[in-house]
Write a protein that binds this ligand. Structure first.
Ligand SMILES: [Zn+2]
Length: 70
């Protein structure tokens, strides 16, 4: 999803590692957390990216229903 232009709201930047769990880095202050949270524990930024992702998934599911057998 990195090809999209940067959203205006804060978001978590996922950093995957080959031999350890992924880290998530706050786009506002750069602190690292082990998993995405609704707000940054360091600077308190309200994260919106995961909500956008959920909306996208909802639309995909609706499309699947429309294309599927009824
Ligand atoms: Zn932060």
């Amino acid at each position: 999803m990195g090809l999209f232009s940067k959203p205006k709201h804060p978001y978590w930047v996922q950093h995957s590692h080959l031999f350890s769990d992924p880290e998530y880095i706050c786009s506002e202050c750069g602190c690292k957390v082990d998993f995405p949270q609704p707000e940054c524990p360091n600077c308190g930024a309200q994260m919106g990216a995961s909500r956008d992702d959920a909306n996208w998934v909802d639309e995909a599911e609706i499309l699947d229903i429309l294309m599927g057998d009824k």
